[in-house]
Design a protein around this ligand. Sequence first.
Ligand code: SAH
Length: 357
Amino acid sequence: MRVEDLMAEPLDRAAVLRWLRETDPERLDLLWKAADEVRRANLGDEVHLRGLIEASNYCVRKCGYCGIRLENRAIDRYRMTDDEMLDCARRAVVLKYGTVVIQAGEDYGLTRDGIANVVRRIKAETGLAVTLSLGERPDEDLIAWREAGADRYLLRFETSDPVLYERIHPARSGVSHPMDRFTILRRLRELGYEVGSGIMVGIPGQTWDTLATDLLTFRDYDLDMIGIGPYIPHPQTPLGIEPPVGDPDAQVPATEDLVLRCVALTRILCPEANIPSTTALATINRTSGREHGLQRGANIVMPNLTPPMYRVKYEIYPAKACIEETAEQCALCLHGRIRSIGRTFGSGQGARRRHHA
Ligand code: SAH
């Protein structure tokens, strides 16, 4: 088989499943080449940098995998002020990033008006693209933030298996409606946001079959941004200390290799999407995880802008890469890595392109 044949072949469910479980190194090499070629043909060699602001580690949710879940009493909580967030955005301008991403636990201490105000100030002062990733907020919040000028929203669906989803996302007390991230994703699109989602790979109970559905779902939803990282157990979470569940043959591993296959297949399924080489991937292979992601389909990195004193407290999973660096050190390191693989730095905001719209 040649790379051209692979790209000409329709990637249906059976083909995705086969590639996920492929063991022949020569065939896998074809997959890597095809993904890199699709990335280059659609998006060129530019790598866009999105500066990440981890604005708060307060959270009302009890996600079974996440270290900043409500019930983790062992962590110190913090919430950045508007001025601190503005400072991070100013630093993004100096470091020549085109976008800032404001991410946090689902924290209603970050109020509708408060975030709208921060978004307005960042847009007016810096002209950066603003991405929000603040959890499953009510419609009124999403509307207000879009009106304030927010460009994009990230909300991973984590897994397309509804049973597994329910198991790792216990209902919030006092809130009657079931959580449905797909409904919110459709709504974000209606409101005119660029829409991002994604998954973790290797969640206990996640099977090959559902992983294939996850990737096909990215295509069905025509997502603008797709984040894929390994699941990393956190010892202060229920999932992190739970013994293995289900059939071991059906369970997918949380390995670098499988994450890279998912990234490569996603690139071929969604040629125009912005796909980051994630920090979680860099965490399970500190030497070259970032570069591998970029060489197998990804075109985005998300350097951290959070002040180090807060950064250590935003521990969604343990031993997160880059946790003690300043924003400047993070930028320098990523510049070196991007240059070392012959890629260039994106200029501008790096919005989703639509060649086929
Ligand atoms: N509160 C926001 C932001 C969550 S953090 C939200 O719910 O959307 C962003 C992502 O980190 C999550 O969507 C999840 O995919 C990932 N994450 C959380 N805990 C993790 C873990 N233990 N291992 C790997 N990734 C994790």
